[in-house]
Ligand binder design. Structure first.
Ligand code: PSU
Ligand code: MN
Length: 305
């Protein structure tokens, strides 16, 4: 047994890698657990379309029947979208059993980074990364995404840190792990639905070329690990700060009252916030993912030059 028994790269993605064409990795937990059907399906497909329009090849990653699939068919994306939370939300710890027992799972940011790294794809676009949850001082709930960022060489383009999390503590953990946090054309870390968080990024980057050069400097000097590239939601789709923080507070209260824990926390909070904002958060969520896909494709292209 060797690696090729566990990984299946879509021919189009393999061709692009072999011919030094830009590829953007995409996660699948956002499809199964991050958004409701059918918006999740529509979004997954338009994210791929957006990557293509920017001149890169999309590689949505998931675990299908015990294989790490790098690049999914439309049928496979549809399956994950329809199954929703019935599929396993797969992070690093879940991989060995899913692979050996031929199970199916949607990959989180952490697991997608592992898949991208195995295939040799350095740039990955998503909506939001996991982080340190509020009240982690008691619960110890810190996403495995942060640990993965500390060790796996993939740049993750996201819309910043969502305020269902403790943004300050998340930044502290990223600092401890040595994970750079760069703002794209901003000095302030965006907070997913909003462009402001009150926290600063380590460095402001103004162009995809600047980002690509810094990624090369990191990895060519064997400073292992990922990078967080924080791309603010477009102005037009950013949500009102007060309305959002009220929705988030409410969602968190219900979360605690129901005793929701562990891997169920993030999906519960996302769904609750969508409900409390009458779907407004979902529109913003979709637009920011598309915006990240665009930037990721530009970075992937600049990285090859
Ligand atoms: N944040 C979002 N949407 C998502 C997620 C996070 O806005 O879909 C998903 C991602 O897959 C992320 C995971 O990697 O949730 C983090 O889960 P946890 O907090 O359980 O590590
Ligand atoms: Mn967690």
């Amino acid at each position: 047994m060797s690696l090729h028994n566990y990984i299946e790269i879509h021919p189009e993605v393999q061709y692009a890698i072999d011919h030094h064409q830009a590829v953007v990795a995409l996660e699948s937990t956002i499809i199964s657990h991050g958004m409701p059907y059918p918006k999740n399906l529509e979004t997954a497909l338009s994210v791929e379309e957006t990557v293509r329009k920017e001149g890169a090849v999309p590689a949505t990653i998931a675990l299908i029947n015990g294989k790490f699939k790098i690049g999914l068919t439309t049928e496979e994306i549809k399956f994950l979208a329809q199954e929703g939370t019935k599929v396993i939300k797969a992070s690093r710890r879940d991989l060995p059993v899913i692979l050996s027992q031929k199970k199916t799972g949607a990959t989180t940011v952490a697991a997608t980074m592992i898949g991208a790294r195995l295939a040799g794809i350095p740039v990955f676009a998503t909506g939001g990364i996991g982080g340190v949850h509020r009240n982690a001082q008691q619960t110890f709930d810190i996403s495995a995404d942060l640990f993965e960022l500390s060790r796996t060489n993939v740049a993750v383009v996201c819309a910043g840190i969502k305020s269902i999390l403790d943004i300050g503590l998340t930044l502290e953990v990223l600092e401890t792990y040595g994970v750079p946090v760069w703002g794209y054309q901003t000095n302030e870390l965006p907070a997913f639905y909003t462009r402001e968080s009150g926290f600063s990024v380590d460095y402001r980057m103004n162009t995809p070329e600047e980002i690509a050069a810094a990624l090369k400097a990191k990895w060519e000097t064997i400073i292992e690990g990922g990078v967080v590239i924080a791309n603010p939601v477009p102005e037009k789709f950013s949500l009102n700060k007060e309305i959002m923080s009220r929705a988030i507070e409410k969602a968190l209260i219900e979360h605690d009252k129901k005793g929701i824990k562990g891997k169920e926390s993030t999906p519960f909070l996302l769904a609750k916030i969508k409900e409390l904002t009458q779907g407004e958060s979902l529109v913003s969520n979709i637009e920011l993912v598309l915006n990240n896909a665009r930037l990721a494709a530009q970075i992937a292209r600049a990285y090859l030059k």
